[in-house]
Design a protein around this ligand. Structure first.
Ligand SMILES: Nc1nc2c(c(=O)[nH]1)N[C@H]1C(S)=C(S)[C@@H](COP(=O)(O)O)O[C@H]1N2
Ligand SMILES: [Mo]
Length: 439
């Protein structure tokens, strides 16, 4: 297209909701419409359309190609944030930098990780998984024997029930999406269906639960309904095509798509078929659900439908008015994401975002909403629906049902409560700076 046409006639874009939200159709095969709206961001103007300068990296022989590659030195800030950087004798968390990523796959080096008792240094030649209890024939597996089964591959998120816990604060914390929502990540996992192994062991129909146990120092254990074990549970041995990272359960872990992260037992060494749940510490204390009024839900396994905007978000700065693509991730432990609505006016009006396919069940789906920022204050929100008809709750309804702290939380690392799945709001001011607000 000629430059004069590009610069001279920005096409009119169809606005679907307040404060500049543009119909998502502008993204579908109509690159022209968006290109015209980009303004300075993407347009070649006369002033810069000079011959390219040869930078020094173009004038010399580059680095030798390494065996294991790592990101560019210019991406040094794209790292996980740590809850226990000095290695104190307690649990350690590493949070995914969602505000610096795109797409749906979390790179293995940036997958969140929670280890209540450190990361064990497991020799796969010595590690064993046993399946026993109420079975006809107890079985024992190594990484090598598991690898001989036909593996299945699935895209799934893993989310700690404590993810987004800072949102229980009575006042919004001024921290990044990483600090708030960094305890969820999404990978392609490959492994053996647990149903295959339970069938082979000949599980007794009277067994209603299996207790999964890890090989780390605490022998973390969780009870899993046999129904879930047969539905879609995997003994995962690969993560995004390579063997599991040590912090994500090497050499094998339980993967329970859509169920709270803690049940996805890492360093898996035992599956015991039983009649009754174990009432282990993590299922009866840490991850039980305290409700307003002091009642508790004992077992609350499902991670419900949720979404958050990753771009733009706290820590970013909009440099000038113009076109932006608002984007983020949506997911549900129930199934597929059906719809994501985005607002730029704090929830007064909403427009439907485009979903980047393929849309997998119990996995991240990225949504994108074209937006023209006019330089005025705007409050960005997203709200997701899943194919089970569940809607991400609005904050007022969520707080009424689930409560919030009586005093503002100041430390984003504390977990006032679990299973937050309501809305996140980012307020853009006239200077393009972004604050976390409740709207
Ligand atoms: N054996 C073992 N399994 C474990 C844990 C652990 O500390 N030890 N942490 C649990 C918690 S609290 C969560 S949220 C998930 C996190 O999985 P990830 O570290 O792969 O992200 O693993 C769970 N499985
Ligand atoms: Mo967790």
């Amino acid at each position: 297209m000629s430059q004069s046409r590009r610069r001279g006639h920005p096409p009119s874009l169809d606005h679907v909701a307040g404060n500049g939200l543009i119909n998502r159709r502008a993204l579908l095969g109509q690159g022209i419409a968006i290109a015209g709206a980009m303004g300075a961001a993407g347009t070649v103007t006369g002033a810069v359309a000079e011959p390219l300068k040869d930078e020094k990296w173009s004038l010399e022989f580059g680095d030798v190609t390494p065996a294991l590659q790592t990101p560019s030195q210019f991406e040094k800030n794209v790292v996980r944030s740590l809850s226990n950087p000095n290695g104190e004798f307690r649990n350690s968390h590493a949070r995914t930098p969602h505000h610096l990523l795109n797409g749906t796959i979390t790179p293995n080096s940036l997958h969140f990780s929670i280890n209540h008792c450190g990361i064990p240094n497991i020799d796969p030649a010595k590690h064993k998984l046993v399946i026993h209890g109420m079975v006809r024939q107890p079985l024992e597996f190594t990484l090598e024997t598991l690898s001989r089964y036909p593996l299945v591959t699935r895209m799934n998120f893993v989310e700690c029930a404590g993810n987004s816990a800072p949102m229980f604060s009575s006042e919004p914390l001024q921290v990044t999406a990483q600090a708030i929502h960094g305890l969820v990540s999404n990978s392609e996992w490959s492994g053996v269906p647990l149903s295959t192994l339970l069938d082979e062991a000949g599980i007794d129909p009277k067994a209603k639960w299996v207790v999964a146990e890890g090989a780390d120092g605490q022998f973390l254990d969780r009870s899993v309904p046999v129904k879930k074990a047969y539905d879609d549970a995997l003994v995962a041995i690969y993560q995004n095509g390579e063997h599991l990272m040590p912090g994500n359960g090497y050499p094998m872990r339980l993967l329970l798509p859509g169920y709270q992260g803690n049940m996805n037992v890492k360093f898996l060494r035992r599956i015991k078929a039983v009649e009754q749940p174990a009432y282990s510490m993590f299922e009866s204390k840490t991850y039980s659900q305290i409700l307003p009024g002091g009642k508790t839900w004992r077992f609350n396994f499902l991670m419900q439908v949720k979404s958050f905007i990753t771009n733009p978000s706290f820590g970013h700065q909009l440099k000038e008015p113009g076109f932006y693509a608002i984007s983020g991730v949506a997911y549900s432990g129930t199934g597929r994401i059906a719809k994501v609505m985005v607002s730029a006016d704090g929830g007064k009006s909403w427009g439907e975002a485009a979903l980047q396919g393929p849309v997998y069940p119990k996995a991240f789906t990225r949504f994108v909403m074209p937006w023209r920022w006019d330089g005025q204050p705007a409050t960005l929100q997203s709200r997701a629906w899943d194919d089970g008809g569940n809607a991400q709750p609005l904050r007022a309804e969520f707080v009424a049902a689930r409560g919030q702290t009586s005093k503002p939380v100041t430390n984003p690392l504390v977990f006032p409560n679990q299973h937050y799945n309501s809305i996140t709001s980012w307020a853009v001011d006239g200077k393009g700076e972004i604050k976390h607000v409740y709207a």
